[in-house]
Design a binder for this molecule. Structure first.
Ligand code: BGC
Length: 822
């Protein structure tokens, strides 16, 4: 398999690209992450250093447009990066002040290592080369380290070093939020310790989260520690020190800064300052830390890599996506109480909130790091009481999860939204996306299907599914004339539509995605009661006050939920969709070029996107993304609606044409649904989805944080999409069909406790179960179910799938042959 595709390399310094590169070169370990800003950089027009702790939120209130707006933010923590150099009395060796003779920045994905190589010339003609290397330790999640190897190329003299921990930072990474409160930190203590250490303790001013950082900065000449005299840099909100030592022309010295970050929430510590000070004291040198860090990454890549044959650019993009996913959520996340922020721990967009994006993220984790999936689901379980409260306040039963979730599980969606095009603040109704609760239920179910984790399902998942089902049953209203159930006043995933042009109050009726998801969920709530066993069932009945009538009602609603159709059997996005106007897509494209954010364009024109058949992102098509054709057919048949295979292609074509892809999630869905019908289009959408952040296709948003849903969703598109992996009849089925762009790929999948190694070539598929395979296992390949035993290597012939390929017919009469390979 290909060895290329592990490095992201930038030659040359581009100030206008710096914030984008900082986001893409973020280093993190699932506990905290730090943007790839240069060590000497402050937040200015070019740079934005940022450090974020998983779950590190704080709330502030601000007066905006005559209202008090409360916002909860993922707090930018004290900057631990500052490490600056200058020839004594000269200018600091940073980019804006120096002549840059050479520059190269490289992110090594395999090792989780960020390296920057610079050759600088100052005003006096002194040339100095610097190679800085940085890690945020994957195995020791409280530690990070920088090593700068510095060489005076044509001078000798004295070099001054400044090292600091800086709590004067604010949350200022997103231009649109500038009017909102941004000072979250109060410094409590700062001081030097030992011969070479500094520490700083800060606290968030509302959530009262105490954070301690400690750093030791040392100079080495080869293996020898260089002794230096240090002076404290005393500034409010900053712990710093500087020192001077002699350097000699062409002789390299290494300056190493090792940092520890702890908070009052950490386990197995007495107090964060003490923990941080002790940790840096014992951490050892940079190279030792690097070795154990690389080992931790090696184990992660062993499980999680998806290797493509001879496809270097796609490979790099794919690994970059896996890399950032694992930096946001990793084995270090397992003991934390956190969800997945939509924009990673990479920036401040969406304030670090957790949306429905887990829907795109969990499939990959389920197959590779199920413990992490479980932890993310437990974040939701702990917020079940808050979701019950939300439902109750809105007049419903059960659990209604918030559209945006942060620390406590209350609704964190903003109520006002700034359109940067018009400068106007408009009402933000996105909290009406009640479908988030269905996504959480869906995630519980797929996690259970992939892992067979009965303990989770019985102890937590069942309660979540039941309470979510209850919510759907109570929000649905019965139309006795039509004998149908309606869900009114909600929003679907498409955020362009938050209401009808002809109605004052926000919300739409019978959004197809929401209704079908609700019907599906009501069925699963019924199933789970069967699965948990009689003992647990009795407990749940008692604890939740479940009765036969309620369960019968779920069954009934799951058969009579309304779906609305357009001509030709196309599922209508919502009731009344047919009354909307067609948009002049070509005209808008010509006038504006990039029309991804059509909502902002139209609002700035004094119009409203609500008037048009124009979607920001996949909505109806989400159904084809989340469910196999067989599952959908069963769902529609249960609802008493026809499900003609012909109408699927028409439906896909209809909505793909009317979607601006203003959310990066959209391309993932479109690529998926086109995978079997239009291979070329599907591949180009996959390539765009993979490039979402790398190429910053939204023109500026990646700098504010990566789009984790699109990243994980793109990887999943390769993984599940190209293998046509699905669950059917309580088994895992694959039916690989590589597009012509791919020569081969290999990956591992953890399925119900068994690791499967898949090697997919143009002509052959090899499925092997490593030695040690325990119980019996089965996997479906194409239309046959195959039994596995320890050490088996099964080979199947593959066909190259070209244009015009149509799926094999999904028939109930599908052959079910048990075989020991072929
Ligand atoms: C999308 C949502 C998504 C959110 C966070 C929005 O632009 O429309 O579907 O959940 O971004 O990623």
């Amino acid at each position: 398999m290909a060895e290329a595709g592990w490095n992201l390399v930038y030659d040359g310094f581009e100030p206008s690209q710096e914030r984008l590169r900082e986001a893409l070169c973020t280093l993190g370990n699932g506990y905290f992450a730090t943007r790839g800003a240069a060590e000497g950089a402050d937040a200015d027009g070019i740079h934005y250093p940022g450090t974020y702790l998983a779950g590190g939120y704080n709330r502030l209130a601000t007066e905006i447009a005559g209202r008090t707006v409360e916002n909860e933010d993922l707090v930018n923590l004290p900057n631990w990066l500052p490490l600056a150099f200058r020839p004594e009395g000269g200018d600091w060796l940073d980019l804006p002040h120096m002549e840059l003779l050479d520059f190269r920045q490289e992110l090594d994905l395999r090792q989780g290592l960020l390296e920057r190589r610079l050759l600088l010339r100052d005003a006096e003609g002194r040339e100095t080369s610097l190679v800085s290397r940085r890690i945020v330790h994957m195995g020791l999640p409280h530690l990070a380290a920088i090593k700068v190897v510095l060489r005076p190329e044509n001078w000798s003299g004295r070099l001054e070093v400044r090292s600091a921990l800086d709590a004067r930072v604010t949350n200022a990474g997103v231009e649109r939020y500038r009017q909102l409160g941004s000072r979250h930190l109060t410094t409590l203590e700062r001081s030097a310790f030992g011969d070479d250490g500094i520490f700083l303790v800060a606290e968030t001013n509302q959530s009262r989260l105490r954070i301690a950082e400690a750093a030791v900065t040392r100079v080495f000449d080869g293996a020898d520690l260089v002794s230096v005299t240090r002076h404290a840099e005393d500034e409010e909100g900053m712990a710093g020190q500087h020192f001077v030592f002699a350097v000699t022309e062409c002789r390299a010295v290494a300056v190493e800064k090792v940092v520890a970050l702890y908070t009052a929430r950490d386990r197995a510590v007495s107090e964060p300052r003490e923990a941080a000070v002790q940790a840096v004291g014992k951490a050892g040198r940079f190279d030792e830390l690097l070795a154990s860090h690389v080992q931790a990454w090696r184990s992660l890549w062993e499980r999680c890599d998806v290797a493509l044959e001879n496809h270097a650019p796609t490979q790099t993009a794919l690994r970059l996506d896996i890399f950032h996913l694992l930096q946001t959520v990793s084995p270090n996340t397992v003991d934390l109480d956190v969800g997945v922020p939509a924009r990673g721990l990479h920036g401040e967009a969406y304030r670090g909130h957790v949306f429905w994006d887990e829907l795109f993220i969990l499939p990959f984790l389920n197959f590779h790091l199920p413990r992490v999936s479980r932890a993310l689901l437990l974040y939701r379980y702990r917020r079940l009481p808050a979701a019950r409260r939300l439902a109750g306040e809105a007049g419903y039963r059960g659990a209604m999860y918030p559209w945006q979730s942060g620390s406590s599980g209350r609704e964190e969606s903003q109520t006002l939204h700034l359109n940067p095009r018009s400068g106007r603040w408009t009402a933000d109704n996105t909290h009406l996306q009640r479908h988030v609760s269905a996504a959480i239920g869906y995630n519980v179910w797929r996690y259970w299907q992939t892992t067979g984790d009965r303990d989770f399902l019985s102890g937590y998942g069942a309660e979540m599914l039941i309470e979510i089902a209850r919510f759907w049953a109570s929000i649905a209203s019965y139309d006795d004339e039509a004998d149908r159930y309606d869900i009114r006043g909600v929003m679907g995933p498409d955020e362009f539509h938050d209401g009808y042009p002809w109605r004052d109050e926000p919300g739409l009726d019978n959004n197809a995605y929401t209704n079908v998801m609700a019907a599906w969920l009501l069925c699963r709530a019924g199933d789970v009661l069967e699965l948990v066993g009689a003992e647990r069932r009795r407990e749940l009945d008692g604890l939740l006050g479940l009765g036969a009538d309620e369960i019968a009602l779920w069954d009934r609603i799951s058969r009579r939920m309304r779906a609305v159709f357009l001509d030709g059997g196309i599922i209508a996005q919502f009731e009344g969709y047919d009354r909307l106007q067609e948009l002049d897509w070509e005209g808008y494209r010509q006038r504006y070029g990039d029309i991804q954010r059509l909502d902002r364009i139209l609002e700035a024109e004094g119009d409203s996107v609500n008037r048009y058949r124009a979607s920001k992102q996949a909505d109806v098509l989400m159904l084809f993304y989340l469910f196999s054709h067989e599952e959908l057919r069963a769902l529609f048949e249960r609802l008493g609606y026809p499900f003609e295979p012909d109408s699927i292609a028409k439906c896909i074509d209809y909505y793909v044409k009317r979607t601006s892809n203003g959310s990066t999630l959209s391309r993932v869905v479109h690529s998926w649904v086109l995978a079997r019908g239009d291979r070329a289009r599907s591949w180009s959408l996959l390539a765009e989805a993979l490039d979402s952040d790398l190429a910053d296709i939204q023109g500026g948003t990646t700098a504010e944080g990566v789009h984790l849903g699109a990243m994980a969703g793109s990887v999943d598109l390769v993984l599940r999409g190209q293998t046509a992996l699905e669950f059917r009849d309580d088994a895992l089925w694959i039916s690989p069909c590589l597009p012509k762009e791919l020569q081969g790929m290999c990956m591992k999948l953890l399925y119900r406790g068994h690791w499967l190694h898949l090697q997919i070539g143009c002509e052959e598929l090899t499925v092997s179960a490593p030695d040690g395979w325990a119980g019996p296992g089965h996997i479906g390949v194409r239309n046959r179910l195959h039994a596995f035993k320890a050490g088996d290597v099964l080979k199947f012939s593959c066909r190259r799938v070209d244009e015009g390929y149509r799926p094999e017919p999904n028939t109930a009469a599908r052959e079910r042959v048990m075989a020991e390979g072929e």
